[in-house]
Ligand binder design. Structure first.
Ligand code: SF4
Ligand code: SF4
Length: 278
């Protein structure tokens, strides 16, 4: 587990507890949580940068002492492995108990990452227990790149999916992530037909994914897919990015407002945009 947000309003509908799992099958150039991509290989590189002694190296492994950590994130900056020494290991029972303690303040929980479908058995176990024992909803935020058996199991257990579509254009998707989006689109269609595709999200990077005709094609695709899925445009921010994209300027308000207007003309108020921070 990389991180837990106890109460968030941007990771699905309503008030949610969000769990960010460690490990990802994509290497997105604009990833703003690159420390979630890989599991720690205990190289020890981060230990000497820690200013408070929260990290130590013992028996060939890095140990993390949360009580001494001041959350300066210097360890994340120096990690050459897109990882974090601050990850914790939690079993499904611990997660369920944590959620149950907070359920009066929550509409639901969301598993994100990293790529949460890589741990689909764990995710399903948590969702199944919460369905039995609470009334809150269970969502996933996924890049959609998973084999059918994992998707089928998650569809049985989840109340909704948010798909992070990295690019509508397959060449751009490959350049951004290293992978084709063919499987993502097959999975999108499957989840849509199950009535579980709450939202498709896509990041607008100026000079890369800000092509008006591509966003219009995406809006038409979502409009024709079903009558309920939201399309959300998210402006790119370079904060946390570790690739050459860290040198790109943030997406401008005018760019994203214009793209949102174009998408709204095609699919009405199911087109949304994140404008917080402008
Ligand atoms: S977090 Fe990164 S730098 Fe630290 S031990 Fe793990 S892989 Fe090495
Ligand atoms: S964030 Fe990392 S470097 Fe900073 S105090 Fe915590 S463990 Fe040490």
């Amino acid at each position: 587990m990389n991180k837990i947000l106890e109460n968030t309003f941007i990771d699905g509908p309503g008030s949610r507890m969000a769990f960010f799992l460690q490990g990802c099958n994509m290497r997105c150039l604009y990833c703003h949580n690159p420390e979630t991509q890989r599991l720690c290989n205990h190289c020890g590189e981060c230990v000497r940068t820690c200013p408070t002694g929260a990290l130590s190296f013992d028996g060939g492994a890095v140990h993390y002492d949360q009580a001494r950590c001041v959350q300066c994130d210097q360890c994340l900056e120096v990690c050459p492995n897109f990882s974090s020494p601050k990850c914790t290991v939690l079993d499904d029972t611990s997660v369920v108990e944590l959620v149950k303690k907070n359920q009066d303040f929550l509409d639901g929980i969301t598993f994100s990452g990293g790529e949460c479908s890589l741990q689909h058995r764990f995710v399903c176990a948590v969702f199944q227990a919460l369905k039995r024992e609470t009334k809150i909803t269970c969502f996933l935020d996924t890049n959609g790149f998973m084999e059918h058996s994992a998707l089928e199991a998650l569809c049985e257990a989840a109340d909704g999916f948010m798909f992070d579509l990295k690019a509508f254009d397959n060449r751009k998707h490959k350049r951004l992530t290293g992978l084709s989006n063919d499987l993502v689109f097959r999975n999108l269609a499957y989840v849509s037909a199950k009535g579980l595709l709450y939202e498709i999200r896509t990041v607008i990077v100026e000079g890369f994914t800000d092509d008006a005709s591509e966003i219009s094609q995406l809006a038409a695709y979502v409009r024709d897919l079903n009558a309920y899925t939201i399309l959300r445009l998210i402006p790119f921010r370079p904060l946390g990015v570790k690739s050459w994209m860290q040198n790109l300027k943030p997406c401008g308000r005018e760019t994203v407002v214009n793209l949102h207007r174009a998408a709204s003309e095609i699919m009405g108020n199911r087109a949304r945009v994140n404008l917080s921070g402008f």
